[in-house]
Design a protein around this ligand. Structure first.
Ligand SMILES: [Zn+2]
Length: 146
């Protein structure tokens, strides 16, 4: 006996219905579906903001270094219950009232904030080059490496 036996029984009964009965049942079934859907827990993605636990703080030459454990908050991550990423060192400093952050890593090292404040490279748009050209050039460069 299959677990869908009640459904099979219902189906067998359905073929005996006349049009009016079938329409009535259709209506009942729609109401039932609506009720069941309302009962079903809505899937809500858990968007938790990244949560940090500071374990150590150092101040060196205007830069605050913090050793942090991080809870990224991404659904399905091992860190759901507790901040389990890291601990990693992060550098924080201010430039013209704007907070700058830089990930350092597991091993502590100082960052040169003067180097950090100027852009490492200019984005392609600065050179007014179409993205396609930049992509092609990058691919060509990469292909010469192999
Ligand atoms: Zn995580």
């Amino acid at each position: 006996m299959s677990h869908c036996q009640p459904i099979e029984d219902l189906r067998a009964a359905l073929v005996k219905l006349n049009l009016e009965q079938a329409q009535l049942l259709h209506c009942d079934l729609e109401n039932l579906i609506e009720q069941l859907q309302a009962l079903k827990p809505q899937h809500q993605p858990t968007v938790v903001k990244a949560h940090r636990v500071v374990q150590q703080v150092r101040h060196i030459e205007g830069v605050t270094y913090q050793l942090e454990r991080v809870k990224c908050g991404k659904e399905g991550c091992k860190c759901t219950d507790a901040p389990t990423h890291g601990p990693y060192w992060y550098a924080y400093w201010r430039v013209n009232d704007r907070q700058k952050t830089r990930y350092i890593g597991k091993r502590f090292k100082t960052v040169n904030i003067l180097e950090q404040t100027k852009p490492q490279f200019s984005p392609a748009s600065t050179y007014k080059l179409p993205l396609k050209v930049v992509k092609q050039a990058t691919e060509e460069l990469v292909s010469t490496l192999y």
